[in-house]
Write a protein that binds this ligand. Structure first.
Ligand code: URA
Length: 244
């Protein structure tokens, strides 16, 4: 448990109530264990070997229910004051895309342009992400794009663990509502939040993991690729796995 979080007494109960309320609004029937006590996915070098799914199947929501659940969750996020960074945000950045997407991209946190516009991945890294999506013959509107954090950390610093923990229930509810077949995590903070793994991307990419019953393909963040264009080749390979 991070020392910055006081999970005792009333605050703890209030947090549980809040999480249950969000899950209920999203039409969810049960809550998974939080990321930090989730068993790490079994490392494997064979792309066909998967960690067994830990969740029992839940019935899919119809499109209208998904849209309503996501809108309600977005309202919840707009009012969220769980972390100090809520005070420096211009606005929250919930996520966007198809509520029935088969593929969800998870980034780290909004940057300057995202905080200004309220949309995920619209700055320089976002333009590269759009090209990555198009490289596998999909349109941006056909996938769903979200971040671990819904608020911009000051000066785009890396999210703190407590912020990631506070915000994860929102991402989890988005994933449970959309129920994609594949999640592509962009960068180490996204992989850490979804998989509970504290590893550099270089040690995770090239393998397949699972979050509940969803295939997870970790890859580099597009902002990293802007600084290290030679690694675009590796991301191209990861995207081929995603496309398959
Ligand atoms: N980087 C991210 O991780 N997310 C965004 O939305 C933009 C840049």
């Amino acid at each position: 448990m991070p020392p910055s979080q006081d999970f005792t007494g009333d605050r703890w109960i209030a947090q549980i109530r809040e999480h249950l309320r969000i899950a209920d609004r999203a039409g969810l029937e049960w809550i998974a264990r939080p990321a930090r006590i989730r068993e790490p996915a079994r490392p494997n070098t064979d792309l066909d070997v998967a960690t067994p799914a830990s969740a029992r199947p839940i019935p899919p929501l119809d499109v209208a229910d998904r849209v309503a659940a996501l809108a309600s969750l977005d309202d919840e996020v707009k009012r969220c004051t769980r972390c100090e960074i809520c005070h420096s945000r211009k606005q929250t950045v919930f996520g966007e895309g198809s509520p029935t997407a088969r593929l969800v991209f998870v980034g780290e946190a909004p940057g300057f342009e995202e905080d200004r516009t309220g949309r995920p991945f619209v700055g320089p890294a976002g333009q590269l992400l759009t090209k990555m999506i198009e490289a596998i013959r999909l349109k941006r509107e056909e996938v769903y794009i979200a971040n671990v954090l819904k608020c911009r950390p000051p000066n785009n610093r890396t999210p703190e663990q407590s912020e990631s923990d506070n915000c994860f229930p929102y991402l989890h509810a988005q994933i449970r509502t959309i129920r994609p077949e594949v999640i592509c995590t962009l960068g180490a903070p996204a992989a850490r939040a979804v998989l509970g793994l504290e590893k550099p991307v270089g040690q995770m990419r090239g393998r397949i993991f699972h979050f509940e019953d969803i295939t997870v393909v970790p890859t580099y963040h597009p902002a990293y690729l802007l600084r290290n264009p030679a690694d675009k080749v590796l991301v191209g390979k990861d995207l081929q796995v995603v496309a398959k």
